[in-house]
Design a protein around this ligand. Structure first.
Ligand code: CU
Length: 161
């Protein structure tokens, strides 16, 4: 009787330690990469982005999805999303965009200022871009470069910190 009790106790100890190991491996598997963090922004005929402030960790994988929820034609109310380097002259970039209609108001000469962008979208259209947030903490401006939309307030900031 006494021997049997010892045996049961030993088995219980084995099972307990086995469970402990299993728990550890499960938590490692759960920590596997989940893909980029998705940020959904809408743009409308009132020339507004639904989101104007984005926060990110240095080097974070980000996916921005822009949807034009307006109804007016692309030629009169198109929207894009252009993320620029920290310290860029946003007004100068927007001014250069005015004469870049053929490239969707993306000025080729200033492409070095662009970190990521989504092309000009007509009504009920979506576009997306995946990128790594810059490693350097700071404020990175974004804007819609369709004529007059920046002045109307289609702008925001991605803050890396
Ligand atoms: Cu716009």
């Amino acid at each position: 009787m006494k021997t049997r009790l010892l045996f049961v106790t030993a088995m219980a100890a084995l099972v307990t330690s086995g469970c402990g190991q299993k728990d550890t491996s499960t938590s490692v598997a759960a920590a596997s990469p989940a893909g980029p963090r998705e940020i959904e922004i809408t743009a409308s005929d009132t020339m507004k982005y639904s989101i104007t402030a984005i926060e990110a960790k240095p080097g974070e994988d980000i996916k921005v999805v822009l949807t034009n929820i307006g109804t007016q034609p692309r030629e009169v109310m198109g929207h894009n999303w252009v993320l620029l380097r920290a310290g860029s002259d946003v007004a100068a970039f927007d001014a250069a965009a005015l004469s870049s209609k053929d490239t969707g108001y993306i000025p080729a000469a200033l492409s070095g200022e662009i970190i990521a962008h989504i092309d000009l979208l007509g009504p009920r259209k979506s576009g997306e871009v995946e990128f790594k947030a810059p490693m350097e903490p700071g404020d990175y401006p974004f804007l819609c470069t369709f004529p007059a939309h920046y002045q109307a307030g289609m702008r925001g900031v991605l803050t890396v910190k």
